[in-house]
Design a protein around this ligand. Structure first.
Ligand code: URA
Length: 477
């Protein structure tokens, strides 16, 4: 069909959707069709692998609107409903959306008629897609597996009702930015390596691992956030349908938690809700307080909380992620292999570690026991955020002029949000108290590399430390 032409009354079109969730493609195709005045009953919307060309021989070459064609009207409300409804598994969704868009051209208020069957249907689709996304956010549970190179990898299995996987990739990327993970689903999979999100085709339940030590963590976490005072069993079951229980380790706890809820509620009332905390006034007070801190489940891990080391008034504060195996045993930060690498790089840059205050974003060693070995586990964003209180308290007392964050967890501990190393490296970020935050890689990252990749990263690390040294000299001048 050539530009400028109005379609003939008998012409019909088959729009082949490249993927079941490609709203942008639907939107573009729908706009062209409307501008060429193709009525809804002349269009079939066909999903990949699907049939559904009502006319059997519909043309796949869509009409091209003329340059002067009237703009297509679509209210914000319509676009927001349509974006979600397009992800529903109902095969009629694209036809419904096109019909509504067509009707909107003549009647911009069509969405206001709540009795209209098309309006009711699009609202239903929108609601069930939002609900499905909410379930995915709440019920994806990662299990730890060991990757071929020995590094930590997390895998989750989830069964969405609708085509919501790709639309929710950003949510999981932000929440689990520091972990390497895959979310496997029968509608396609997501894979995140800390830098790049990849997608792959559908998976089966048997592709995902069952049970592992991370489950214990989830269980104790769930018990600790379960609030008996807010317990409404009916609402809980509707929020957490039994369908999802088989993938959720903490579901096994629910009967006992419900049974014990009354007693815990009484306890909570007696103890009062969490006390309002005052900031500790000395490093010693922080040291004592973190030893008893039970604000998150990893406080139960390891031998002890590891306090920062250094003096009040140190100009430089160096922040790592969390103590490792050796730090947990020694009770001091950065004494293991990562610490040795850090010491030698600081030495080469001319930075005196003993004049700095060295600490971690998270004060406890989080690990998974594998035989006799304790394997490091990356803290989750929630755990880093919980421990921020202590890091901020240390900063308020030490008052460094420069803070050097080693890696993404440390950066999150200081900024309260996830940032990618690439986006913040090489230039300072002003903190609210006037200190400068510099972010570089974590030395453990260098330890995991070898060959040219290690040399390249070591050079970037050295360059970052040299910049920090120069800036320290400027500030001290
Ligand atoms: N890695 C860290 O982030 N901190 C330590 O103290 C040791 C290893």
């Amino acid at each position: 069909m050539t530009a400028m032409q109005r379609t003939s009354l008998t012409e019909h079109y088959a729009v082949h959707m490249p993927t079941p969730d490609d709203f942008a493609f639907w939107r573009e195709s729908a706009r062209d069709l409307i501008q060429c005045e193709v009525p809804p009953d002349r269009v079939s919307w066909i999903e990949p692998g699907g049939t559904g060309d009502l006319f059997g021989s519909g043309s796949s070459a869509l009409p091209e609107p003329s340059k002067g064609a009237k703009p297509v009207r679509a209210s914000k409300r319509f676009l927001s409903l349509a974006r979600n409804a397009a992800l529903h598994s109902d095969p009629q969704r694209f036809a419904l959306l096109y019909r509504l868009l067509w009707r909107l051209q003549a009647n911009p208020r069509v969405l206001e008629d709540k009795t209209d069957p098309d309006v009711r249907r699009v609202e239903e689709l929108d609601k069930s897609v939002r609900r499905d996304s909410h379930k995915m956010h709440a019920f994806v549970r990662f299990r730890q597996v060991e990757a071929e190179d020995g590094s930590e990898y997390y895998v989750a299995w989830f069964e969405p009702d609708h085509h919501i996987v790709r639309a929710n990739a950003g949510f999981f990327m932000r929440r689990f930015a520091n972990m390497n993970w895959s979310i496997l689903t029968p509608r396609g999979c997501l894979h995140w390596d800390g830098e790049i999100m990849r997608e792959s085709g559908p998976a089966q339940r048997s592709d995902a691992p069952d049970g592992d030590p991370v489950e214990d963590l989830w269980k104790s976490y769930y018990s600790s956030i379960f609030n008996p005072a807010r317990l409404k069993v009916g609402a809980m079951l509707s929020e957490m349908p039994k369908k999802y229980w088989k993938n959720m380790p903490e579901a096994a706890l629910i009967p006992d938690l419900i049974a014990g809820a009354q007693a815990r509620e009484a306890q909570m009332v007696a103890a009062g809700e969490r006390q309002i905390r005052e900031r500790p006034e000395s490093l010693e007070a922080i040291h004592d307080a973190i030893a008893n801190c039970r604000d998150c489940p990893i406080a139960e891990c390891g031998t002890r909380a590891v306090m920062g080391e250094g003096s009040v008034g140190a100009h430089l504060m160096i922040v790592g992620e969390q103590p490792g195996d050796q730090e947990d045993v020694a009770g001091r930060p950065f004494v293991g292999p990562a610490g040795q690498l850090l010491d030698s790089a600081l030495g080469e840059a001319g930075i005196d570690r003993s004049a700095a205050y060295v600490t971690n974003a998270v004060k406890h060693f989080k690990f998974a026991q594998r035989g006799k070995r304790r394997l490091h586990q990356t803290p989750m964003a929630k755990e880093i955020d919980t421990c921020r209180w202590w890091l901020e308290s240390e900063r308020a007392i030490v008052r460094p002029r420069i803070v050097l964050a080693l890696g993404a967890s440390a950066a999150r501990g200081l900024l309260g949000k996830t940032v990618s190393l690439k986006s913040v490296r090489g230039a300072p970020i002003a903190l609210e108290d006037g200190a400068e935050l510099w972010v570089t890689a974590h030395p453990s990252y260098l330890l995991r590399l070898d060959g040219a990749a290690r040399e390249e990263q070591a050079a970037l690390f050295a360059a970052d430390l040299t910049r920090v040294k120069a800036r320290l000299a400027e500030l001290q001048a």
